[in-house]
Design a protein around this ligand. Structure first.
Ligand SMILES: [Zn+2]
Ligand SMILES: [Zn+2]
Length: 264
C-alpha cells in the first residue's frame, strides 16, 4: 500500500474565535494529499482577554455528519488548550464531553501579558519578558498533565525576534533544557510549528532540534497551526527534511491519546 501522508495535527476551524475556516475544504485537501487521518484542534483558552471556547455540541454533531459523508478518511478530535494559572484545574470541564485524540498545550498569555503582542516585550524588557515566557511554559507543563503535545515552544520568542532580530534562542538554553527534561519525563511530544518557524531563521529551528535531541528528546509532532485552508500542512516537506537531518527518524501522531510513529 502506498505510504499515507502525515496529517496536520494543529489546525483551526470556525470553532476557534480567530478563524472562520469551514472544515470541509480542509477535509477535501487532506484527502487529496493522501492523509489517512484528519483533525482540527480549536482553541479552549481563557485569559484576561476575550474568552475562546468551542461550541462542543455543534462540533460533535458536525464531525459525526462529516464522518458519515467521508468514510475513507478517519476524522479525529482535538483541542488546543491554553494554560492559564488561574483556571488550569477547571479548564478540563470545557472539553470533557469530547472523546479526544490529542490535546495540544499552549501558553499564549500570562496575567496582563499577551505574548503575541510586542508591546509587552517593550514594556517589560525583551530579556525579562522572554524569561517570564519560558518560565511560564515550564510552569504549564509541570502543573498540567492532560496533554500529549507542547505546542509552539517559541511562540513568544518569535514575537521578541520580530521586534528585535538580535535576540538569540541560545541565550535561553538552560530554561529550554529544563522544559525538555520535563517533557521527556512526562512522555510528551514537542511540536515543530511551521507557522512560527517560518518567521525565524532556519538556524533557530536546527538549534532547538539539536538541543532537544541532545537532551534525549525523540518525540516530535509537525504541525502548521493553520487558521486558513492555504496553510494546511504548510511547508511540511521543508521542515520534515530539517527534522530528519537533525537525527530524528519518526514523527508522532495520536489516536485516543495513544502515540503512533510515522517514519521519516
Ligand atoms: Zn497557539
Ligand atoms: Zn493554534
Amino acid at each position: 500500500m502506498e505510504k499515507f501522508a502525515l496529517h496536520d495535527q494543529h489546525v483551526h476551524s470556525h470553532y476557534s474565535a480567530d478563524s472562520c475556516q469551514p472544515i470541509i475544504p480542509y477535509l477535501n485537501k487532506a484527502r487529496e494529499l493522501n492523509c489517512r487521518y484528519f483533525i482540527t484542534t480549536d482553541h479552549i483558552d481563557f485569559s484576561l482577554g476575550p474568552d475562546w471556547d468551542i461550541d462542543v455540541k455543534s462540533y460533535l454533531e458536525e464531525i459525526k455528519q462529516l464522518q458519515d459523508k467521508y468514510p475513507d478518511i478517519k476524522i479525529l478530535k482535538g483541542v488546543e488548550v491554553g494554560y492559564f494559572k488561574k483556571n488550569y484545574k477547571t479548564i478540563k470541564s470545557h472539553y470533557q464531553d469530547i472523546d479526544l485524540d490529542v490535546i495540544n498545550l499552549s501558553v499564549h498569555f500570562k496575567d496582563d501579558i499577551d505574548y503575541y503582542n510586542p508591546y509587552y516585550f517593550k514594556k517589560y524588557g525583551l530579556e525579562n519578558t522572554l524569561n517570564i515566557y519560558f518560565e511560564n511554559i515550564l510552569e504549564a507543563i509541570t502543573n498540567f498533565d492532560d496533554f500529549q503535545v507542547l505546542s509552539h515552544i517559541d511562540y513568544g520568542f518569535k514575537t521578541a525576534y520580530l521586534y528585535d532580530s538580535t535576540v538569540k534562542i541560545e541565550d535561553y538554553k538552560d530554561i529550554l533544557v529544563k522544559i525538555f527534561k520535563v517533557l521527556i519525563a512526562k512522555n510528551k511530544a514537542l511540536e515543530i510549528n511551521t507557522k512560527v518557524q517560518s518567521f525565524l531563521p532556519v538556524e533557530h529551528t536546527i538549534y532547538l532540534l539539536n538541543l532537544y535531541h541532545e537532551t534525549g528528546g525523540r518525540k516530535l509532532t509537525l504541525s502548521s497551526d493553520a487558521h486558513q485552508l492555504e496553510f494546511y500542512r504548510y511547508r511540511f516537506e521543508k521542515y520534515q527534511k530539517i527534522i530528519k537531518d537533525c537525527g530524528f527518524n519518526y514523527l508522532c501522531y495520536f489516536i485516543k491519546k495513544e502515540e503512533y510513529h510515522y517514519p521519516i
